[in-house]
Every structure is written in structure tokens, then in C-alpha cells.
Design a protein around this ligand. Structure first.
Ligand SMILES: *[C@@H]1O[C@H](CO)[C@@H](O)[C@H](O)[C@H]1NC(C)=O
Length: 153
């Protein structure tokens, strides 16, 4: 085969790969996962970081973590940290056991918490830090992550 054809085919498949890989791995800060270990945070779509969250759209959040405890329940708690002040952020379903996790959660096992983050049209266009916790039976954090976002029109 002609070398140019090979190079062309390689470039094309690379482009396809980039276009098809939807889950964007997001840089995060661990804010105290005392009974867990965060492996990966994906937000979709988030082609550039900090993630630009468009009003009226919904975003898929996927947090993969290894549990460091056994727990029957798991509850998500979300805050938007605006100028250092945490403001409670409503999510449609705060039950982790109904968000991609099969409960009871077992120590040493890996889970993916998968949910939707709807961005309401009435939100202001600001930059903020999203703080997302998943709490176990005794309110300890299976994960606590923070990542910056920008709300845009
Ligand atoms: C969540 O992310 C993990 C790790 O990348 C992946 O294995 C899993 O398929 C993802 N789940 C969904 C629903 O995207």
C-alpha cells in the first residue's frame, strides 16, 4: 500500500476515535474520601476544562471509585461552592443505590456512580466549584470530589 494512504487512514481513524470517545475525564480534587478511593471522574459532554455547563442542558456524571467500607445505603450530597461558600445543589435523585450502584456496597469493590446533572435556565452565568459527595450509612464519604465548572448560556 502507498504510504500516503496508510498515513491518511491513520489520521482518519484517530479523528474518528477522538470524535467517538464521549466520556471526558475531568480533573478533580479529592475533598476527603474517608471510606473510598476515587479512580476516575467523567462528565459528558465536557470537551474543554473547566466544563462549560449550558443552561437548559443535562450532563452525565460518572464517578468510578473503590469502596473502603461495607454499606447498605449511599446518599449523594451536592454543593455549588460560590466564592468559597457552599450552596446546596438539587439533583433529581440523591440515592446512590439508584444511580448505577448495586447496593449493598462491599468493601474493596469498585463501583461507578452514574447520574445526570441538569443545569436550570435560571442559574446565573458564573464560574463555581462543584462539590460532590456520596455518603455511606454513617454519613462518611465514599467519595468527595471537587471540580470547577462554568455556567454559560
Ligand atoms: C463509567 O466509567 C467507568 C470507568 O471509565 C466505565 O467502566 C463505565 O462503563 C462508565 N459507565 C457509564 C454508564 O458510562
Amino acid at each position: 500500500m502507498d504510504l500516503r494512504v496508510v498515513v491518511y487512514a491513520l489520521c482518519l481513524s484517530l479523528l474518528l476515535l477522538l470524535g467517538l470517545s464521549h466520556a471526558e475525564q475531568v480533573k478533580f480534587v479529592d475533598c476527603g474520601s474517608s471510606v473510598g478511593n476515587v479512580i476516575e471522574v467523567d462528565i459528558n459532554p465536557c470537551p474543554t476544562q473547566p466544563c462549560q455547563l449550558h443552561k437548559g442542558q443535562s450532563y452525565a456524571v460518572n464517578v468510578t471509585f473503590a469502596s473502603g467500607t461495607d454499606t447498605r445505603t449511599s446518599k449523594a450530597v451536592v454543593h455549588g461552592v460560590i466564592a468559597g461558600v457552599p450552596v446546596p445543589f438539587a439533583i433529581p435523585n440523591d440515592d446512590g443505590c439508584k444511580s448505577g450502584i448495586q447496593c449493598p456496597i462491599q468493601n474493596q469493590k469498585t463501583y461507578s456512580y452514574v447520574t445526570q446533572l441538569p443545569v436550570k435556565t435560571e442559574y446565573p452565568s458564573i464560574r463555581l466549584v462543584v462539590e460532590w459527595e456520596l455518603r455511606d450509612d454513617s454519613s462518611k464519604d465514599l467519595f468527595c470530589i471537587e471540580f470547577p465548572v462554568q455556567i454559560v448560556n
